[in-house]
Design a protein around this ligand. Structure first.
Ligand code: SAJ
Length: 406
């Protein structure tokens, strides 16, 4: 039996996937409401195929509880935020979860940490917790780090098809854990050591952050001299060895905008390109804000209340708004004591920000200028409704005439 600890964006789909592939699973989360919702037969966030997977897992007998279970295998999948000042990983949730596991687990148990951690976190924070409980690592308790790679918006598919990495002190334990993941994962599963597994995960997200920063910097250079960055990227990408990403209003989510800071925090004298890239991405919402004021002036729009941001989530077609560029932009605006812009997002039924609309038509009726912050499918089906508006398209998706770009 596997006890999955943390039933959030990663833990829940992982638990469901294993349960629906013949593994006996109990999911544990300290959030009583979340557990109650799951026990009522409802999922806690939207994701393609998640409801079907949930139903299959329930049928197969998955259980949800707030209690930690006595079993021989744990998968810890709790958040790892970063400290905004030190830029280092904050392992407090992982440590708290492992402490709880230590209270109930029998000798011989394997503890797999799935949460993204910076290189060295398992040594620095997790091993001491295990040892403090009188266990000898490798004899009484086995430690494994198996970072996930799934992308919000396509989680279920990617859980099934992505390659994975499993880091273990002992190769045989790594192989044992691999069998559980292989119950559903059709990709290749590489077994390595813990430190390497920690590093690969952070490096993958850093690769993407640096490359998005490059695209954002190109957008700024092109704006400065009135060149078309999209045309330039398109042509460059026809080169057989060039593949530039797309500029945008900033980088959000809980991975690419967070994980690379772990390397900057741990290696401040060495991680220079990464540091600059993260700063570039973090200042992109302010760049967009300046662009909004420029375009307002050009169009004689003098009142903030006539400008609306389309999209609050951190990317298209998901309901996750953590670290989203729209929230970053509103924060920058607040620092300038400006009246907050109007906002709308089809995926958010609850109020997240001030001046938030819940109906596209009402939102559009209320503004003269629309800033496309997120390329949700909904907007692509409603270009007609945007006719006559001043439009700043941060993703180069709008086919209408006279659209502004970043
Ligand atoms: N973005 C751009 N330009 C681009 C691509 C993305 O501005 O060309 C922006 C998006 O709008 C968004 C942000 O970057 O705000 C991140 O979006 P994303 O879709 O690229 O990535 P995430 O954060 O949703 O998921 C990532 C994935 N990592 C990589 O692609 C290396 C996923 O595989 C990881 O599992 C996930 O992070 C994670 O958990 O770490």
């Amino acid at each position: 039996m596997i006890n999955v600890i943390g039933l959030g964006y990663i833990g829940l789909p992982t638990a469901l996937m294993m349960a629906s592939h013949g593994v006996e699973v109990i999911g544990t989360d300290y959030n009583k409401e979340l557990v109650a919702t799951l026990n009522e037969g409802k999922t806690t966030f939207k994701e393609d195929g998640l409801d079907e997977l949930f139903n299959a897992a329930v049928k197969a007998g998955i259980k949800f509880t707030t209690e930690y279970q006595k079993t021989d295998m744990y998968i810890v999948s709790v958040p790892t935020p970063y400290n905004k000042f030190s830029k280092k990983v904050d392992a407090c949730y992982v440590v708290a979860a492992v402490k709880e596991v230590m209270k109930v687990c029998p000798k011989g148990a394997t503890v797999v940490v799935e949460s993204t951690v910076s290189p060295g976190t398992m040594d620095k924070f997790v091993r001491p917790v295990v040892e403090a409980n009188g266990f000898v690592i490798g004899k009484d308790i086995n430690l494994v780090h198996a970072p996930e790679r799934i992308i919000p918006g396509n989680m279920v598919y990617e859980l099934l098809h992505n390659n994975r990495t499993i880091g273990a002190d002992d190769k045989a334990i790594g192989e044992k854990v691999k069998k559980y993941y292989a119950s559903f994962c059709q990709g290749e599963i590489v077994v390595t050591d813990i430190r390497t597994a920690e590093m690969t995960k952070v490096v993958e997200n850093t690769f993407r952050a640096v490359n998005i920063a490059f695209a954002n910097e190109l957008a700024r250079i092109c704006r400065h001299d009135n060149m078309d960055v999209y045309e330039i990227i398109k042509i460059c990408n026809m080169h057989p060895r060039v593949n530039i990403l797309q500029p945008g209003p900033g980088v959000g989510g809980h991975c690419i905008s967070v994980d690379p800071w772990f390397l900057v925090g741990d290696y401040p004298q060495l991680a220079k390109v990464i540091d600059e890239s993260m700063k570039t991405n973090d200042s992109q919402p302010t760049f967009v804000l300046n662009r909004i004021y420029e375009i307002m002036t050009e169009n004689n729009i003098t009142d903030n209340r006539k400008v609306g941001l389309y999209g609050i989530t951190y990317k298209e077609n998901v309901d996750d708004f953590r670290e989203s560029p729209t929230l970053q932009l509103l924060e920058a605006q607040e620092r300038h004591l400006a009246r907050p812009l109007k906002c709308y997002d089809p995926f958010l039924k609850q109020d997240i920000v001030k001046n938030q609309f819940h109906d596209l038509d009402e939102f559009l009726n209320d503004v003269d200028m629309v800033v496309i912050m997120v390329k949700h499918d909904e907007i692509k089906q409603n270009w007609d409704k945007l006719k006559g508006k001043v439009i700043l398209d941060c993703h180069n998706i709008c086919p209408l005439e006279g659209v502004y770009h970043i």
